[in-house]
Design a protein around this ligand. Structure first.
Ligand code: DGJ
Length: 582
């Protein structure tokens, strides 16, 4: 259901070129060309800002072009510097404990639940008091909202479904084991449940339309939360068994390769062999969610998402064996979900894996031409903060670390130990780098001009491959000197005890780059056709963007500040860097 980017690109036709050899040679009077290019880039940034203020009422929309994505808000790409509030924070009484955390964080977006049990406490009686208070306070705090619909599934259980649903198995059936006993997960074959969830979701979307369609405080809605089932691979009710033995729908056959040795058409076990149970359950849930999403969009066409409780990203793919929530949109069934639930724009991973290899692998598994990268939940411990550089540098729409409020709950060991300013600070430092350039960054990201890495657990150097330029990022360096020159130095910079480093870079033109980073050093070399060319700094400007998107120069870096690469500490520094050769 992603929209088209065409219109946007007609308005903001920023074109950048690849760095050519001749471009870098000063004797061909490239300096004049370079400053012209910089001027063009900056004027485009200003135009983008102007355009966005001209079209405040356009609907939020997820657009895709050439496999890249943007969340359009007020007519321009939007970067989600988000935070997700804790569970049970979805009441007016909790909100005053959320906004201060968001302000300290510098977040522009709050992701927060709306529960079926609270908006429909009695069947067909709706209460949107909380939603109204939330919207009003979000606007006062200048924060956009991503609502998280806690309906049929919340971490797979019906915990947030109203009592009249979850204690009436006859009308709203739970899933059945093969022996006929129930598990605490509503069946995706419960038509009454689906219709009930749909009615409540539609009522919510209609209400948002009524109270927010002129302001678009709500920019996206997540449908359900970590849908799937723990401990049981699929529903074994009579209806489910019938569907399991019926032919696999054509759309699924097209989206998912048959199991080696499986039939090209036929029932689920015939086509998918040992994967049949998981795929079948994924299809059942995706089809259920599709009905709800489609109906919701018919009344108010906002971008819709789902989130995923991950299966292990590194364990070789194998049939389900109680090792993850079956039927959820895990990376192996994203194509199936795309086919069965086309009204869901994106599926985001909930990443509570601090291990750098795992974290980065998850980003790759969910970042696809048909699936925009957005991290709707991640651990809020300090060791997670650096991953913002990877997410935002790898064309992600944004991130929302989980539990970022002062409601008094800490989800250690998955996140920070204390829910206080110390929890906020590591993320706030990185958000401070992106917030002033958030709109520009999102636009450059959509144009495929951003790159980023975060420090690995082993602190090893990393390479950013820009084609004609190779950027090497190293960690645990002092700002001065090369490590080799001080072989006996054992001291390491404070704040690097746990991996905290990262760099994100945007290519503004052939020669010019916008760079932000933390606890990292970056150096540049010619690469590809420029591999034999020395690349040196022409200008390294420290500065910031003003409210109109204009670059404000503060000072030039040179000498010690550039002789050993560009060194980022925990200071909120933005650099505009021009590279040249001689
Ligand atoms: C993932 C869920 O989606 C959230 O609602 C919350 O329960 C977190 N886990 C807790 O870490």
């Amino acid at each position: 259901m992603s929209g088209t980017a065409k219109q946007y690109h007609q308005v903001i036709p920023l074109q950048t070129k690849t760095l050519t050899k001749s471009f870098l040679f000063p004797h061909r009077r490239r300096a004049a060309y370079a400053s012209l290019a910089i001027g063009l880039v900056l004027s485009c940034i200003v135009r983008a800002t102007a355009q966005s203020s001209m079209t405040p009422s356009s609907m939020p929309r997820l657009v895709e072009e050439n496999g890249r994505h943007a969340l359009m808000v007020d007519g321009a790409p939007y970067l989600i510097l988000g935070a997700q509030a804790n569970n049970s924070s979805n009441y007016p009484a909790s909100l005053p404990k959320i906004w201060p955390a968001l302000q300290q964080l510098g977040a522009n977006t709050l992701e927060i639940p709306v529960a079926w049990e609270q908006i429909e406490p009695e069947e067909s009686r709706f209460d949107f008091t909380y939603v109204d208070t939330l919207l009003e306070q979000a606007r006062q705090n200048n924060v956009r909202l991503i609502l998280v619909w806690f309906g049929t599934w919340k971490n797979t259980s019906p915990a947030y479904a109203p009592g009249w649903v979850k204690f009436n198995n006859a009308r709203f059936p739970r899933m059945k084991r093969a022996d006929g006993t129930y598990v605490n997960c509503l069946s995706p074959f419960g038509e009454t449940t689906r219709e009930g969830d749909k009615a409540a979701f539609v009522a919510l979307m209609r209400h948002i339309k009524n109270v927010d369609s002129d302001q678009h405080t709500v920019i996206m809605v997540q449908v359900e939360n970590e849908a799937g089932t723990y401990g049981l691979v699929r529903d074994y009710s009579e209806r489910a068994n019938q569907a399991y033995n019926a032919p696999v729908p054509k759309a699924i056959l097209k989206a998912m390769p048959a199991f080696a040795g499986g039939k090209a058409t036929g029932s689920w076990p015939e086509v998918f062999g040992p994967y049949a149970d998981e795929y079948f359950h994924a299809w059942a849930i995706a089809s259920y969610v599709e009905e709800i999403a489609k109906a919701g969009r018919q009344v108010y066409d906002l971008p819709l998402s789902m989130n995923n409780a991950l299966r292990d990203p590194l364990t070789p793919l194998a049939p389900w064996h109680s090792d993850f929530a079956s039927g959820g949109p895990t990376y192996d069934v994203i194509s199936l979900y795309k086919a069965a639930a086309p009204h869901i724009d994106l599926i985001g991973p909930d990443i509570y894996l601090a291990d750098s290899k795992k974290f980065e692998t998850v980003l790759k598994q969910f970042h696809r031409a048909d699936n925009a990268l957005y991290v709707p939940e991640m651990g809020n411990g300090a060791e997670f903060a650096r991953y913002a550089f990877s997410i935002l540098g790898q064309q992600g729409l944004g991130l929302s670390p989980f539990g970022m409020d002062f409601t008094g709950y800490s989800n250690f060991p998955l996140g920070a130990k204390t829910a206080d300013a110390a929890m906020i600070e590591p993320f706030a430092k990185i958000y401070a780098l992106f917030k002033p350039i958030a709109r520009e960054w999102a636009r450059l990201s959509f144009d495929g001009k951003v790159y980023g890495v975060s420090e690995r657990d082993d602190h090893a150097p990393q390479i950013l491959d820009l084609g004609d330029i190779k950027a090497t990022v190293t960690y645990r360096e002092w700002q001065f000197g090369e490590k080799e020159a001080f072989p006996n130095l054992k001291d390491l910079p404070a704040g690097t005890e746990i991996p905290t480093g990262g760099v994100a870079l945007a290519r503004l033109s052939d020669t010019q780059f916008l760079i932000v980073g933390a606890h990292a050093r970056i150096k540049f070399d010619g690469a590809g056709k420029l591999k034999d060319n020395p690349v040196i700094f022409d200008r390294v400007e420290e500065g910031h963007f003003d409210t109109k998107g204009q670059w404000v120069f503060e000072r030039m870096w040179n000498g010690d500040q550039t002789d050993y690469g560009l060194n980022f500490t925990d200071q909120p520094i933005v650099l505009k860097v021009s590279l040249r050769t001689y």
